[in-house]
Design a protein around this ligand. Sequence first.
Ligand code: SF4
Length: 169
Amino acid sequence: MEAFTDADLTHTGSEINYYFVCKRKLWLFSHNIELESDSDLVLQGKLLHEHSYKRKLKEIAIDKIKIDFIEKTNEVHEIKRSRKVEDAHLYQLLYYLYYLKKHSGLDTKGVLNYPLLKKTVKVELTPQKERKLQQIIHEINQITKLTKPPEAKWIPYCKSCAYSEMCWG
Ligand code: SF4
């Protein structure tokens, strides 16, 4: 693996998430083929976000990342409409913690909020998780450098993916 530099803090949280969901989706999204804003799921997610937690949280945007933050507890919150806790959510949030550490020298903890599950998961950036995250970012860099997107492979997620028409239409 090449040496890791701050220049690698150029990804969005969504890119980290899509690495786990589908490498083709990661490539399409990272090449600015953005269909997400029209997706019903994203819209539902946004509404859920606004109704469930918005009043408690302060949204902060730093370069390409946008996070929900509680100043008093130094916690970064990420809200997911999913009914399942997934690595995609975990590493997206770990990336925010990592970003804040490298970019701003902030030592923060994370909380994943699942309003549909009525569940929260505490997330900590341990040295082991940090190494794994660096490996993931390295692989994301390799994928996004490809001249064309990886082939489409059907997964159940395709049914609700914003790129479904493009891959399977
Ligand atoms: S439709 Fe399926 S294969 Fe295509 S980008 Fe989405 S998840 Fe990947």
